[in-house]
Design a protein around this ligand. Structure first.
Ligand code: 13P
Length: 257
């Protein structure tokens, strides 16, 4: 059984003071039973990571610490970059890799994403590797080709046993921050396609183990239906993860009407 993973991607929001307040609030409003059934990660900006780590560990808050990106090299002359070794040292467990904002706004290529996935794994953290199509690609019927290209390139060269431990996030770009969610059928169709592709390339055990998240305007009122799909094992949440109440409501999706 795959344990669902619900991740809050804070993007470039909340300074380290706000971050401390938010994780403390989350520790009060997230139900203890929810974190037994569902794994939860928070992904603050780099400048908040040390503060959030300290609070999570001191108060034994059962949230996994996540990052939003990293470089693929361990160290060196890469001004402005953050190394996976530095993240591992902060007990970061999950690293988002290849988010569409990194790809579209900062020119990350499939090859960059593949290097980053390998670097995250090398330092014993788990990549959340993102993929997804633009509206133009969807309207042109190119969704499958785009997603398959990103998944195959991002996972290239990995062992099947490692793929089984990973997380892939399907985030249709047109659904991000727009309030427009993919229909449950469309989301399931693409997540199912991702799992079948992983089965073809890496075998059934990898496909069975890999967790596939859906992201794109996930809210408390659509989380339960999305999470009920056979190939959706979690959610990558942007806007609704910035407030404790809205994120806790998604984490508690099992109890929603
Ligand atoms: P929204 O939930 O704000 O649409 O963002 C989704 C996302 O990009 C998470 O990585």
């Amino acid at each position: 059984m795959r344990k669902p993973l619900i991740s809050g991607n804070w993007k470039m929001n909340h300074n380290h003071f706000d971050a401390i307040t938010l994780v403390q609030k989350l520790s009060y409003v997230i139900d203890r039973h929810d974190v037994e059934a569902v794994e939860v990660s928070v992904h603050p900006p780099f400048t908040d990571l040390r503060s959030v780590q300290t609070v999570l560990e001191a108060d034994k808050i059962p949230l996994a610490l996540g990052a939003q990106n990293c470089h693929w090299e361990e160290k060196g002359a890469f001004t402005g970059e953050v190394s996976p070794a530095m993240l591992a040292k902060l007990n970061v467990r999950y690293v988002i890799v290849g988010h569409s904002e990194r790809r579209e706004l900062f020119g990350e290529t499939d090859e960059d994403v593949n290097r980053k996935v390998k670097a995250v794994l090398k330092f014993a953290m788990t990549p959340i590797m993102c993929c997804g199509e633009t509206l133009a690609e969807r309207e042109a019927g190119a969704t499958e080709a785009k997603v398959l290209r990103q998944v195959n390139a991002g996972l290239a060269g990995l062992d099947a046993a490692v793929v089984a431990t990973m997380v892939v996030a399907y985030e249709p770009i047109w659904a991000i921050g727009t309030g427009r969610t993919a229909s449950v059928e469309d989301a399931q169709a693409v997540c199912g396609l991702i799992r079948r592709t992983i089965a073809d390339t890496f075998g059934p055990a990898a496909a069975d183990g890999v967790r596939i998240q859906y992201g794109g305007s996930v809210k408390a009122d659509n989380a339960k239906e999305l999470m009920g799909q056979p190939d959706i094992d979690g959610a990558l949440v942007g806007g609704a993860s910035l407030e404790a109440e809205s994120f806790a409501a998604i984490v508690g999706y099992r109890l929603m009407d």
